[in-house]
Write a protein that binds this ligand. Structure first.
Ligand SMILES: [Cu+2]
Length: 301
């Protein structure tokens, strides 16, 4: 609890510093768009009391440390990620609670948010977790370990991993409709509002028809990971009610600040896991009211 508050205050200070530096450097030509950003971040004291702050920004929190054993990985297939979670005494932790059907969830993606993977490592007796991964090119990757130490609080720690070689950076544009292999389409409805809990509804169709036989995945109808653009702050999202079978999956999401968020939905259908990704702004100018044309490209603010 104390750690979370401290991190929050520190995060707010960094944001203010960054905004101050930016304003100083561009004061002559600053547009109102840029001036709006500091206002959106103003209620930092309230946010400090909000327990739902992004995780994964630090490799150490609450006395636990994510220690990568493979800080450099080969690009392509054949990579194996290995890591340990150590406690305050430096020893590897070996006792974890099961959450969402697993003792460890590892989310991996490149720093530019390409190549999202949600993996489930296995632990050997000495507390070393290992999992094969496929890195689609070189670059800096972010790995998030999402776990609950036995009897402890849900914890998300993050580290950077590197892969040698070139890559083509992606710059995701706002997008609420994901087209997937196999004829799947997933549409995201709902708005992210800084500091407020908002329902998000994801609707799955295949070849234009609603999918009504989704299979349970990690004990739910789907699993959603939300990351803040820019720093990849990792947000916990809570699914609504009991697992359904589609076509709609509803989550409650709360984002701590204005900005652009990346959302990754894993769902299971036809005995395979599919991933749909979205890019959604929060705060700032109100979006033009959606009347079903969420995927056209007129989303400039
Ligand atoms: Cu998982």
């Amino acid at each position: 609890m104390h750690t979370a508050v401290r991190l929050t205050v520190y995060g707010a200070a960094v944001v203010l510093l960054a905004v101050g530096a930016y304003a100083a450097g561009t004061s002559a030509g600053a547009s109102t768009d840029h001036l709006r950003a500091p206002a959106a971040h103003a209620p930092a004291p309230d946010a400090a009391a909000d327990p739902q702050q992004p995780g994964g920004l630090a490799s150490t929190a609450g006395g636990y440390t994510l220690e990568p054993l493979t800080p450099v990985l080969p690009a392509g297939t054949g990579a194996e990620i290995a890591f340990r979670i150590t406690g305050a005494d430096g020893a590897a932790v070996t006792d974890f609670d099961v959450t969402h059907e697993k003792r460890m969830h590892l989310v991996l993606l490149r720093r530019d948010t390409a190549g999202f993977q949600h993996l489930h490592p296995t632990m050997s007796g000495d507390g070393t977790w290992r999992v094969p991964a496929m890195l689609d090119g070189g670059g800096t990757y972010r790995a998030f370990a999402d776990f609950v130490p036995a009897g402890g609080a849900p914890t998300t720690l993050g580290v950077d991993l590197s892969a040698p070689g070139p890559f083509e950076p992606v710059t995701p544009q706002p997008s609420r409709v994901a087209e997937l292999p196999g004829g799947y389409q997933v549409r995201l409805d709902g708005e992210l509002a800084p500091g407020a809990t908002a329902p998000l509804t994801l609707t799955v169709t295949r070849d234009g028809r609603p999918v009504t036989d989704l299979q349970p995945h990690l004990g739910a109808a789907g699993h959603l990971v939300v990351l803040r653009g820019g720093d990849l702050g990792y947000l916990h999202v809570h699914p609504e009610d009991a697992p359904g079978t589609g076509p709609e999956i509803t989550f409650h999401a709360e984002v701590p600040s204005a900005g652009t968020y990346r959302l990754f939905l894993d769902f299971r259908h036809d005995d395979a896991v599919h991933t749909a990704e979205f890019t959604v702004p929060a705060g700032g100018a109100p979006a033009p009211d959606g009347d079903g044309h969420a995927h056209d490209e007129g989303g400039h603010r």
